[in-house]
Design a protein around this ligand. Structure first.
Ligand SMILES: Cc1cc2nc3c(=O)[nH]c(=O)nc-3n(C[C@H](O)[C@H](O)[C@H](O)COP(=O)(O)OP(=O)(O)OC[C@H]3O[C@@H](n4cnc5c(N)ncnc54)[C@H](O)[C@@H]3O)c2cc1C
Length: 507
């Protein structure tokens, strides 16, 4: 599997496996955990400063959301400039805009420097109000943008065959093929002397005064600094209580006519639809996204794809849907990403998280912010994105204590598979959570009748997982950990899988 779900994204055919070299007894300047856009961009940038870096990935580069993104590169965000001004002030909203422009420039520079063939293109964007009640929201967006001197211009026409009430054009946004981009950047990182280790799950870390030891599935790795580019922070972090995991859905389809939009497009529904055009293997597609919901909060995730497709069919002269996939992102309560020293760290552990739907931009700017912080260079964004800005809530400290001492209460009693099967009355292709003698089990029956029985408690913070029928995964609604039908981790923050019963308890 190359991605954290059963469905194929449009990008994953380009995923490359990197050869792993032995790492024993070396002290690295920086270990970067996570091989998505954040980890690869950060590892590359740090290595170029002369530091000795290692990039560790639990699966393969692009396995996480970067392999399931839609890869618009924007310098306007899900958090509008109006909202940013009201929560963080005018100067900080300007700084946010500056970070976006800088991120697009970084991507462009990397592409040019290494002649990366990743379909990078500057694009204008259309933002449009489809319903009357979206007009005020659009006017607010424009008002906020104009207050900070950000260009948005009202237009009478858009590139999309969707009736609208009011629309703007935003210049100089961008798009690319995300996996081709990180693959090339990872190769440049290696050429500059960096090491990449795939299939290396980082389970925990010990931060000392001089270095950090990462406990990994391939043994301990020591570094002077560690960057968690894992999309969500490790362990039980305050940030898990101030960010929420969301799923979003994407389809890529061809048209019967040739009217592929030139611009990036966004309506203002909540959740909104997002669109763009991309050419892959000689075929042009519209990529449409939307139908977002909190992870684990929708009963039939397959319906999200049909809703998205039906909506698009109403407006586009759609021919064939060639790809349909979903992925995960994280919503911070204050709308701002967290990039910098981890809340619980004394200064050697860094995180980059809470990007909303703007991780191409924030994952890129994270590479600059973290490189500056580690090399002792002043970063203009250090304060704005500071992960320590959240204050612990009353219940948080006791929650951490309780979860740090969770004793494994795995069922010692032998459980008959037949009993569970009859209890669950589960049909082929179905999944259920079943309570049995005080325990709760996540059960999935494959089409051939093969049964997978797991303990349904997420090992991260002891929440109960829920079935995701579109991606054949068990998803934790609390902090977004996800597991495949065998209990293997697909998405953190969990660093252990769901416990599996059927292998050793079948008698
Ligand atoms: C459907 C969808 C569409 C989107 N579209 C856009 C868009 O158009 N533009 C945009 O800017 N943003 C978009 N986003 C958001 C954006 O894709 C993400 O924010 C971004 O990809 C996150 O990148 P990342 O590198 O931080 O994390 P990821 O790409 O998730 O990478 C994290 C990596 O860390 C690894 N990992 C996790 N835990 C461990 C561990 N313990 N040990 C070792 N490795 C570990 C994972 O396997 C994974 O490969 C979209 C999101 C979704 C869901």
């Amino acid at each position: 599997m190359f991605r954290d779900g059963a469905r194929k994204s449009m990008w994953q055919a380009e995923i490359k496996r990197f050869e792993t070299l032995p790492t024993q007894d070396q002290l690295f300047d920086v270990a970067i955990v996570g091989g998505g856009i954040t980890g690869v961009s950060t590892a590359y940038r740090l290595q170029l400063t002369g530091l000795k870096c290692i990039l560790l990935e639990a699966n393969n580069l692009g396995f996480g959301t970067t392999g399931g993104t839609t890869a618009h590169i924007n310098d306007f965000f899900d958090t509008t400039y109006k909202e940013a001004i009201s929560k963080f002030g005018l100067e900080n909203a300007k700084l946010l805009a500056q970070s976006g422009k800088e991120a697009i420039q970084i991507v462009h520079n990397n592409v040019q420097r290494h002649s990366i063939d990743c379909d990078f293109e500057y694009k204008n964007a259309h933002l449009f109000a489809v319903e009357d009640d979206q007009v005020k929201a659009l006017e607010d967006i424009v008002d906020g943008a104009h207050q900070i001197g950000y260009e948005m211009t009202y237009v009478d026409e858009i590139d999309y065959p969707i009736p609208f009430k009011k629309a703007v054009i935003v210049p100089k946004q961008a798009q690319f093929h995300p996996v081709k981009y990180i693959k090339a950047l990872a190769e440049a990182f290696e050429q500059a002397g960096g090491m990449i280790v795939e299939n290396c799950l980082c389970e925990s870390y010990n931060e000392e005064s001089d270095d950090v030891t990462l406990v990994t599935s391939l043994g301990d790795i020591k570094a002077k600094n560690v960057v968690y580019a894992t999309h969500t922070p490790p362990g039980i972090s305050l940030l898990h209580f101030t960010t929420a995991p969301y799923r979003s859905y994407a389809i890529a389809f061809t048209l019967k006519n040739d009217n592929y939009p030139e611009t990036l497009g966004y309506d203002l529904y909540d959740p909104y639809h997002y669109y763009r055009t991309h050419r892959v293997d000689g075929e042009t597609y519209i990529i449409a996204g939307g139908e977002d919901h909190k992870t684990g909060h929708v009963e039939d995730t397959g319906e999200c794809f049909s809703n998205l497709e039906n909506y698009c069919r109403q407006h586009f002269d759609m021919d064939t849907v060639k790809f349909a996939w979903s992925s995960q992102y994280f919503e911070p309560v204050d709308g701002m990403p967290s990039i910098g020293i981890a809340p619980s760290s004394n200064g050697r552990v860094y995180i980059a998280a809470g990007y909303r739907g703007n991780g191409m931009t924030f994952g890129t700017i994270a590479s600059a912010v973290i490189t500056d912080l580690i090399t002792g260079t002043e970063s203009p964004y250090e304060k704005l994105f500071n992960p320590k800005r959240f204050k612990p809530t009353a219940g948080f400290t006791s929650f951490v204590k309780e979860n740090a001492t969770v004793v494994k209460d795995f069922i010692g009693d032998k459980l008959s598979m037949e009993r569970i099967q009859s209890l669950a009355e589960i049909k082929e292709g179905e999944a259920k959570v079943v309570k049995y003698e005080g325990n709760s089990y996540a059960i999935y029956a494959e089409q051939d009748g093969n049964l997978h029985v797991l303990k349904s408690t997420c090992p991260h913070a002891q929440c109960e997982v829920r079935w995701n029928n579109a991606e054949l995964s068990w998803d934790c609604p609390c902090h977004g950990s996800r597991f495949n039908i065998n209990g293997r981790i697909l998405t953190g923050p969990a660093t252990e899988g769901l416990e599996r019963l059927d292998e050793d308890l079948s008698s």
